[in-house]
Design a binder for this molecule. Structure first.
Ligand code: SF4
Length: 383
């Protein structure tokens, strides 16, 4: 098997024809937009979206595309949150990572090795990290890798990923460490933030597994160490987070990215996301030609969220109401259909979703002191 970046075996690169097709879609003169851990983790947040899979696979800059469509993404931390996060991370890693290693139960953290990972460029840093991991595993000593660089090839392009830290145990285990500035109160933190951190950490685990595969005696922990401030203080506390589920979703998604050929071949002729040569209207049509599955979760995970939300709303798609509501509505796929079913204008009364909607409509009418939307929706006990 081929290796790349001296950091483990690579997934099979896409065929030249696919590479060319993706370059055509992106715009022949546009370099592919690199994927980072956040982008890869977001794939796991909405695994069913073909639009995102194709755009990421083709290396389209989705933030620039959203701007060209007139719906720019609003992402990122505030300057204050950014500085607070940096200060907390510096505190956790001070004195050779004594506090961090203490959270892992290391009795003598000052004896741990902290190799220098400096090298030129991301490729050089990834190679340096791979070497440091091998040396640390061979040495059988606690080792802290501060901001290592990992590489993962995605749909033919290398993505460079930089976890906060990786700790090598004396028995050859490697543990990913994620340091976040949201608080852990009484041992638990905001589940949505923990979920996002777990998805991101799973991408790092995946990249580390490639290096571990070619390192004798190494294994990668499927539990990552999440370090957060304790109870609104500045003191660090930690929790082990099992990322096996996120790992399998991310693996599936990455495998799918390498099969973007199927999605690309279903596109009408002439579709292009080339922002140099296409008008905003042409880009909007190109985006619309790829099926999407908008969900409110996209707002925190995908640069095209405002565009897709607006389209989903104007099409009256029930997906815009969220996955949970979508699931409850069964076969009803449009908001107009839902309202009609609730008013008794359509729908099979034996359908549990229709029955629940009519019951809700009756209750609402009663609460408002109004007539039920339609006499036909009244059940036998309704007055
Ligand atoms: S915002 Fe649009 S493209 Fe992005 S994941 Fe959601 S539906 Fe897909």
């Amino acid at each position: 098997m081929s290796t790349s970046l001296d950091s483990g075996p690579l997934p099979q690169a896409p065929a030249t024809a696919l590479r060319q097709r993706l370059a055509e879609l992106r715009g022949p003169s546009t370099a592919p937009h690199p994927l980072d851990a956040r982008a890869l983790a977001a794939l796991a947040a909405n695994p069913g979206c073909r639009r995102r899979a194709l755009l990421d696979g083709a290396g389209v800059d989705k933030a620039a595309l959203a701007r060209a469509l007139g719906s720019p993404a609003v992402f990122g931390q505030s300057q204050f949150a950014f500085m607070r996060g940096n200060a907390f991370e510096a505190r956790v890693k001070a004195e050779g990572g004594a506090a961090l290693l203490g959270l892992l139960g290391v009795a003598e953290p000052q004896a741990a090795l902290v190799p220098d990972l400096a090298a030129a460029g991301p490729e050089g840093r990834a190679a340096r990290t791979a070497l440091a991991l091998r040396e640390a595993t061979g040495a059988g000593a606690w080792t802290l890798l501060d901001h290592p660089m990992l590489a993962l090839e995605v749909a033919g392009s290398p993505a460079y990923l930089e976890p906060d830290a990786v700790v090598v145990h004396p028995d050859g285990r490697w543990t990913v460490v994620e340091i976040k500035s949201f608080p852990m109160v009484d041992g638990s933190a905001d589940p949505s933030k923990v979920g996002a951190a777990a998805r991101q950490a799973a991408v790092y685990v995946l990249a580390l597994e490639r290096v571990a595969a070619v390192t004798k005696g190494a294994s990668v922990d499927h539990s990552v160490l999440l370090v957060c401030p304790k109870d609104f203080s500045n003191l660090p506390t930690a929790s082990a987070v099992d990322v096996r589920k996120q790992l399998s979703v991310t693996r599936r998604q990455l495998a799918r990215l390498t099969r973007v050929e199927d999605i690309a071949s279903a596109l009408p002729d002439g579709v292009s996301f080339d922002m140099e040569s296409r008008s905003s209207g042409e880009l909007a049509s190109a985006v619309e030609s790829v099926p999407s599955t908008y969900a409110p979760e996209c707002l925190s995970a995908c640069e095209l969220a405002f565009h897709c939300r607006e389209r989903a709303r104007s099409a009256g798609a029930v997906e815009a109401l969220g996955r949970a509501v979508r699931g409850e509505l069964g076969g009803l796929s449009a908001v107009a259909e839902v309202l009609s079913a609730a008013r008794g204008g359509s729908g099979d009364p034996a359908d549990p979703a229709v029955a629940a909607l009519r019951r809700a409509a009756r209750l609402r009418a009663e609460a408002l002191g109004a007539e039920a939307p339609d006499a036909a929706v009244r059940g036998p006990g309704c007055r």
